[in-house]
Design a protein around this ligand. Sequence first.
Ligand code: BGC
Length: 231
Amino acid sequence: MADQKTLTVDIGGSGIKAMVLDTNGNPIGKRTRVPTPRPARPDSVLEGIVKLAKGQSDFDRVSVGFPGVIRKGITETAVNLHKDWIGFDLEGVLSKKLDKPVRVLNDADVQGFGAISGKGVELVVTLGTGFGSALFLDGKLVPNLEVAHHPFHRGKTYEEHLGSAALEKAGRKKWQRRVMQAIASLEHLFNYDTLYIGGGNARRLRLDLPPNVKIIPNVAGLLGGIALWRD
Ligand code: BGC
């Protein structure tokens, strides 16, 4: 098959990022970003994606990481965006707007594809506006693992304790301690071989981590976009 260029898009709670990847998944050109519109309704978020697409070089297909549960291209949840996303055909609508085939996956799942080795049980969590999670066995994804809204500590969820709002409120020291507690709790739950920690706030961590826990750069959320086209 001829070379295929992929526009990869990461819809986050504070920014929408985009980049074009070559056939092998290597970046072509620069990452661009627009702030996530507020309220983050489908039409205004789509407008942002179209703007980013116009500013990038040519592409043949599109991958999108979305911060919610995705089934068959439909967004089923969107806790940190807007309720109008529930039941929205993101794949279909964006494909019409850009006149290109589109594939959509949960943002943490995409980030995971950009980071994992493909060996054993690999868990990925992302620290950003929300708390993302993704699980892989020998490189195969268990889709839509949602740790975020599960109880973690004192009646509050992982996301309530570890999301950006909690980081702001509690401060970095306290938040880091919670991250360590979350790692311990997830280790007992998943017995992973490797845990990857990504998302925009991962760079705020100053921790001595066990050898099987790795911090990954947030650009993994774009690089992983190539995996959506591996049939
Ligand atoms: C959502 C997840 C998402 C995560 C990170 C959570 O609130 O429920 O689906 O992956 O935020 O964006």
